[in-house]
Design a protein around this ligand. Structure first.
Ligand code: C2E
Ligand code: CA
Ligand code: CA
Length: 539
């Protein structure tokens, strides 16, 4: 007759159960829902009593914990897992990493980590095949205690997984302070409608974990809908009945042989000095800076040509998101709205940023859809820098400027100036016009292309003087020219000014246009190369 044992019976039968392997392990695979490959498995304890049948952890684990026996059961489990891995290796089978549960009572035992390490050494198996699951509630016993245990586990090389994340014990704080390598998010703690509040919490946790660079495994996933939802918010690792219930060793071995394996993607390694934890903290200096002291900025990950936005600041939203919410932009693709050509420009820039490890600037057009304005085409100048990488995943930080207005002007100029452009190209002439009333200067296409003059210059000539286009000692003379044109003292001006970085001599000429009352309207400037006749003759 199958029934649960009583507390007394568990205690009486415990020694015997350990000795005769009535306590044994089942394995539940962890799967990458995107690829269908196995990334690992969890070892779960079972107790099959010869008389009363299968016993479940929810019944006997509290009893063992209460009577300080759990460490013996856990060490037995650890021993069996090592034994299994060893047998796999000996048989030429590549096993997956197996996670073993560590009770919070194990954490209170001084030598527990050394004890498991001794067992691993006894079997002489690589530590990469063993993960340790520690529950969030362990922190109840004090942070220093858990921190110490995690530190030691890491020293020995174990991957540590934070179990039952989201079960409620001040989750976010725990995560920030404990250096875990993997987060297990239990769907059952957060269920309800995934489109509603539950979903918002899950998605916030996944976002944060991503930013911390910590992979997340969704546990207790029973339906395809749940798995797809998790994947859609960026959590592709799944453990649950959907893929497999915990199974006995022989069935698990068949799965190991049948399914392809792949490693859990390691956490992103931030290459800058930025502190990821602080960066995520809404009150930290980093967040303050991100939100207030830089322009529009976005952080996104990039892997095999696919990109995903992880974080944007408010100015980013204003700059290019029009009136979208920050939330709506997360998880979208920074390539969104770009055509083939612009995609190429952008991905080339990313590749360049990866290869040079330096800031790369690019300009791309994209369609955006905003709630109030409908579809619109915008041009964005991006200053892109790689801030983190793993073997095949990259993290980018990009400042953005919406330069649509500038560009539209440029294009209009470009079209209306087509003929003039060809002519100036032929004549080697650089030309520009200055509106006397507004001090706005419009350069020709060649000025923009060769001399790097922006399409519209306000408060001319100051920005151009500042840019160093002509020598500082000519600046006052040039200002004087402008004054003479503004006041209408002269109609023509001419001089030689050495321009550009190379300080090449140019004839610079001005002609003034006046209105019907003789008031100065526009000044037309041009610059042509001074051709040294002698030098030409010598050649
Ligand atoms: P846990 O570590 O959170 O383990 C996951 C539990 O969720 C397992 O229950 C597993 O069978 C169950 N589960 C997995 N997928 C699904 C699903 O899709 N739907 C539902 N409803 N359940 C699912 P199990 O094996 O009964 O273990 C319960 C708990 O007992 C474990 O929770 C763990 O805290 C503890 N436990 C199990 N084995 C050990 C062990 O070796 N040592 C220690 N200290 N605790 C263990
Ligand atoms: Ca667990
Ligand atoms: Ca769990």
């Amino acid at each position: 007759m199958d029934r649960a044992l009583t507390e007394q019976e568990f205690l009486e039968r415990f020694d015997n159960a350990i000795k005769n392997k009535h306590i044994f392990i089942t394995y539940q695979p962890k799967i990458n829902h995107s690829t269908g490959r196995m990334i690992g498995a969890e070892a779960l304890m079972r107790w099959k009593d010869p008389e009363y049948g299968m016993q479940y952890p929810s019944d006997f684990i509290p009893v063992l914990e209460k009577h300080d026996l759990i460490y013996r059961a856990d060490l037995a489990v650890f021993d069996s897992v090592c034994d299994f891995i060893k047998r796999c290796i000996n048989a030429g089978i590549d096993p997956v990493p197996i996670s073993v549960n560590m009770s919070r009572y194990d954490i209170y035992r001084k030598n527990y980590v050394d004890e498991i390490e001794k067992i691993r050494k006894k079997y002489d198996i690589p530590v990469k095949y063993l993960h340790v699951e520690v529950t969030e509630t362990s922190a109840i016993g004090g942070m220093e205690l858990v921190s110490g245990v995690l530190k030691l586990l890491h020293e020995y090389g174990y991957i540590v997984e934070m179990d039952d994340f989201g079960s409620g014990y001040s989750s976010l704080n725990v995560l920030k302070d404990l250096p875990v390598d993997v987060i297990k998010l239990d769907m059952r703690f957060l269920s309800g409608d995934i489109g509603g509040r539950g979903g918002t919490i899950i998605s916030a946790i996944v976002q944060m974990a991503k930013w911390l660079g910590t992979p997340v495994i969704a546990e207790g996933v029973e339906t395809m809908e749940q798995a797809d939802y998790m994947k859609s918010i960026g959590c592709k690792y799944i453990q649950g009945y959907l893929y497999s219930k915990p199974v006995t060793e022989d069935i698990f071995l068949k799965k190991i042989l049948k399914l392809e394996h792949e490693p859990l993607t390691p956490a992103l390694d931030l290459v800058t000095a930025m502190d990821a934890g602080k960066f995520w903290d809404p009150r930290s200096m980093e967040t303050l800076i991100f939100n207030n002291f830089v322009g529009g900025a976005v952080i996104f990950s990039y892997q095999n040509g696919k990109a995903e936005i992880i974080r944007v600041n408010k100015k980013y939203v204003r700059e290019i998101g029009m009136n979208m919410l920050e939330q709506e932009i997360l998880n979208t693709d920074p390539f969104q709205g770009m055509d083939e050509n612009n995609r190429r420009i952008y991905s080339d820039a990313l590749e360049k940023a990866i290869n040079t490890n330096d800031e790369v600037v690019c300009e791309t057009w994209r369609m955006i859809c905003s709630k109030t304005c409908g579809e619109d085409k915008i041009c964005v100048r991006s200053y892109i820098r790689m801030i983190g990488k793993t073997e095949n995943q990259y993290l980018f930080y990009s400042m953005v400027h919406n330069i649509t207005a500038e560009k539209t002007r440029f294009n209009e100029l470009y079209e209306s100036d087509q003929r003039f452009r060809h002519a100036s190209e032929q004549a080697n002439v650089y030309a520009w016009e200055v509106d006397i009333g507004t001090k706005i200067m419009h350069p020709c296409f060649r000025c923009m292309r060769d001399l790097n003059v922006p399409p519209v210059v306000n408060n001319y000539p100051e920005p151009v003087i500042e840019s160093g286009l002509f020598p500082p000692e000519t600046a006052d003379m040039y200002r004087e020219w402008m004054r003479k044109l503004e006041t209408g003292e002269v109609d023509n001006l001419e001089g030689i000014i050495p321009l550009t970085v190379g300080r090449i001599p140019f004839y610079v000429r001005y002609t003034l246009e006046r209105d019907e009352n003789g008031k100065p309207l526009k000044a037309y400037g041009s610059a042509t190369l001074v051709i040294d006749e002698n030098e030409n003759e010598n050649k």
